[in-house]
Structure formats: structure tokens, C-alpha cells
Design a protein around this ligand. Structure first.
Ligand code: LLP
Length: 432
């Protein structure tokens, strides 16, 4: 029922006292990932797409605790690199639940995955270029293969994540049938795949439908009993299901998306439908906590300086992405945020780039030095894209499950920043 598992969790829905305690105990910046909410998101997907194969796009959040929760919830894993395959294996995904999507894969990655496939022959490799097929065959791979197609139609929250129309991804649609049939001479071709892009919102569903319809047609062409049919198992229409970042944005109506998908794909005559959501599974299950250290009046408005930056959450700098921000208060001697006035502020981090800013002109409960801010919907592509620019150690992460909190990634220390240099210099010391 919708109350027990609502389609969206807003930053205002988080327990402020709990978050404040976690920040006190573990310091900031701190990622908090709620595994119970992660499970709920999986459950809604499985309920909306009851007979589809649902594969979690691991790249959205690769943390071990998240992968285990998603595996237990019953989703498969879609991996974009050897590293992600390695993590998924460690989290208990067997080959029959592992999909490796190779995009211009480095030799090292192909070597690794072909080696895994020898032990886990049910693993599926998805490839989107004839060169990739050749390189797999050169390595002796003749296992399960899915052909990634460039459907010529894309969607997404930003041009940088609109994959469906980007020539980098997949075999051009009008060549796909021929390439798939040729591939079947060397591999066990089990599926066709396309991905529109990431962050598809309710108003972009037409593009989604168009992509799905094209993939349905391709699958019917390839399995036409009158024309040398391939023994396909599934049609994978990718991920990209958007989540609301703005407080007033409506969530996707998932059952309606599922219905539209079914309708658009048409009769699959026994083939399964597969989807690959990443963001939808983890986004609203995560927040980034950060402490206010500076409140600076300027002629252009108040700048609120915080201890998290673009190194911790890159999305605003990279895509101009909006993340909701809530002032949880806590500054010494200041009233509860609910009893303060509202101020329009910019929130900026400690990195020496103008782009290191989480928002401008945002209405917040008047911030004071020492306040804790929760940056919402940070569970997808948050920690995942964190980096060490400006020699900033990456933040810690706490996972919540059944009311318990545990540190699942310790905060990096300064010594972690130089480990690889010290090891290269022949003095292997483990970071202290
Ligand atoms: N399948 C494939 C083949 C993909 O490339 C992706 C995402 C997904 C599934 C999952 O898409 P999702 O359901 O998470 O939207 N860093 C960007 C997003 C990049 C997504 C890349 N591919 C961001 O922070 O918005």
C-alpha cells in the first residue's frame, strides 16, 4: 500500500534528530544510506514490473551493503566495468544474475570478465560494437551475449547522460539485426539491449516509448520463425527512471510507466522484458550531511560555506543538478530552524572552483555557523562520483538498516591520499 511504501521520500521526511546524532558521532561530510528505503524502492519496481527481469545498474551506488540489500530484494546486477563485476561477485551475485555491459572496454576488463565467465558461465556480456565482439572472440569467449543497440532516440536529465542518441553507445539500429545474426555464429546471443539515458522524467515518456517500440520490433524481426530465428531470451530496454529532486516535482507513476512499456514493446512471444534501473533504487535512500562553517554577507546575497564540496557530490557542478537542501539547525544558541526566518542563500563548498556550489538563491531556514545541512536525494551517483581533487579525502558513509546504523565506508585520511605514490616509490606502507 502506498502509505507503507510511498513513491518518493523527500529530504523533509528524514528524522532530523537521527541525522544530527549521526553527524555528531561520525563528523561531516557524511553520507547516510538507508537500506530499508533502498529495499522499498526495489519492491516498488518488482511490483510494477512483475514479470520483467529487473537488473540494478550498480554504477549508481556500488557499496557492499547496498549490493547485498538489492540482491536480497531479488534484483540482478548490471555492471559497467571489471570493478563492478568484482564488487557484485563479492556481494554474492552468481553468474546467472550478472550482466556486464562493455562500452569500449579496456583489455584488462575483458580479460577479467572472460576469466570470470569460465567459472560463472551463466554470466551475460552486453556488447555494442563489432570490435568488442571480435575482442571477446579473440579471448575464446563464446558464451552468453546481448547486443547493445543504438536506438537513435534518447532521453535524460542532461545532454551529458542522454545515451540513446549518442553514437558512442551501441550498434546503429539499422545494422543491429545483421550484426546480431553474425554474432550468433560465434556466441550464444540471448538478448538485445538499449538504454535511452538517465533521469527520464514524466514529460519524457514519449522517448522512452519510442525506444521500447523500436526494440520490440527488432526482437520480433530477429525471432521471426520464417527467417532464421535467433533463440533470444529477453529485450532489455535499459534504465533511466527518474526521481523527483525538486520538492514540488511529482514522482514517476511507475505502474503507468510499466503499462506504457508493455504496450510499446508489443507482443514478445515468450521473450522476457528486462529493465536496468540504477538511480531509482538508491537516490532517495541517501542524504549527504554537511556542516556550515561560514556565513558571509555579500552585496550579491549571503554565501553559506559548508564542509562538503563538489568532490563529495559532483552532480551540481557537472550537470547543474538540483538537490534539495534542508537546514537541520544545531548551531550553538540558535533557535530551532522552524522558528527562524527564511533566507535566500548560495551554498558553496571548500574547493577552489566557482562551480563548487550546491545552489544559488535557495530559500533555507536562516543558516548560522555550526548548523547541519542535509542535501537530499544524494544516494545515486553521489559517493560513486566522489573524488580527491584538491587533496580532499572522501567522506565516510553510514548505512541504516532496521533502525541500526553502521559505518560502511570509513572516512579517508590524509595518508590515503598518498598511498599510491608511496607504493610507487617502493615503500609500501598501508595508509594509517
Ligand atoms: N543501464 C545502462 C546501460 C546505463 O548506462 C545506465 C546509466 C543505467 C542503466 C542506469 O541509469 P539510471 O537508472 O541510474 O538512470 N552520473 C549521472 C548518471 C549517469 C548514468 C549513466 N548510465 C548522474 O549523476 O545523473
Amino acid at each position: 500500500d502506498a502509505d507503507a511504501n510511498p513513491p518518493v521520500r523527500r529530504v523533509s521526511d528524514w528524522d532530523a534528530d537521527r541525522l544530527a546524532d549521526l553527524a555528531d558521532e561520525h563528523e561531516t561530510p557524511l553520507y547516510v544510506q538507508d537500506l530499508d528505503r533502498t529495499r522499498e524502492n526495489c519492491e516498488r519496481l518488482l511490483a510494477a514490473f512483475p514479470d520483467a527481469d529487473v537488473r540494478y545498474a550498480v554504477k549508481a551506488h556500488t557499496g557492499r551493503a547496498v549490493l547485498e540489500a538489492v540482491r536480497e530484494a531479488g534484483l540482478d546486477a548490471e555492471c559497467a566495468s571489471a570493478g563492478e563485476v568484482d564488487r557484485a561477485l563479492a556481494a554474492g551475485f552468481g553468474g546467472d544474475r550478472l550482466h556486464y555491459t562493455a562500452v569500449n572496454p579496456p583489455d584488462r576488463d575483458l580479460d577479467y570478465v572472460v576469466d570470470v565467465a569460465e567459472r560463472e558461465p551463466d554470466l551475460t556480456v552486453t556488447a555494442g560494437a563489432v570490435d568488442t565482439l571480435d575482442r571477446l572472440a579473440e579471448r575464446g569467449y563464446d558464451g552468453r551475449l546481448c547486443l547493445r543497440v543504438n536506438p537513435g532516440v534518447g532521453a535524460g536529465h542532461h545532454a551529458k547522460v542522454t545515451t540513446g542518441s549518442a553514437p558512442k553507445f551501441g550498434v546503429p539500429y539499422d545494422r543491429a539485426a545483421r550484426v546480431a545474426r553474425e554474432a550468433a555464429e560465434r556466441f550464444d546471443v540471448v538478448g538485445v539491449h538499449a538504454h535511452a539515458g538517465s533521469g527520464i522524467d514524466p514529460d519524457q515518456l514519449d522517448s522512452h516509448r519510442e525506444l521500447v517500440a523500436r526494440m520490440g520490433n527488432l526482437a520480433r524481426d530477429l525471432t521471426d520463425p520464417a527467417a532464421d530465428p535467433l533463440d533470444l531470451e529477453y529485450v532489455d530496454v535499459g534504465g533511466g527512471f527518474g526521481v523527483p529532486y525538486r520538492e514540488d516535482a511529482e514522482p514517476l507513476d511507475l505502474p503507468a510507466v510499466a503499462e506504457a512499456t508493455r504496450e510499446a514493446v508489443g507482443d514478445l512471444a515468450g521473450l522476457a522484458l528486462a529493465i536496468e534501473p540504477g538511480r531509482y533504487v538508491v537516490a532517495d535512500a541517501g542524504v549527504l550531511l554537511t556542516r556550515v562553517n561560514t556565513v558571509k554577507p555579500t552585496p550579491g546575497g549571503t554565501v553559506v560555506g559548508v564542509d562538503a564540496g563538489m568532490t563529495d557530490l559532483l552532480r551540481p557542478a557537472m550537470y547543474d543538478a538540483y538537490h534539495p537542501i534542508r537546514n537541520l539547525g544545531g548551531a550553538d544558541g540558535e533557535p530551532d530552524p522552524a522558528d527562524r526566518g527564511t533566507a535566500s542563500v548560495a551554498v558553496a563548498g571548500p574547493i577552489c572552483e566557482t562551480g563548487d556550489s550546491f545552489c544559488t538563491d535557495r530559500a533555507l531556514a536562516e543558516p548560522a555557523r555550526g548548523d547541519l545541512l542535509a542535501i537530499g536525494v544524494a544516494g545515486a551517483y553521489g559517493y560513486e562520483m566522489a573524488n580527491q581533487y584538491n587533496s580532499r579525502p572522501r567522506p565516510a558513509e553510514v548505512a541504516l538498516a532496521d533502525g541500526e546504523a553502521r559505518v560502511v565506508r570509513r572516512r579517508e585520511r590524509l595518508a590515503d591520499l598518498t598511498t599510491v605514490e608511496r607504493e610507487a616509490a617502493g615503500a609500501p606502507e598501508t595508509a594509517e
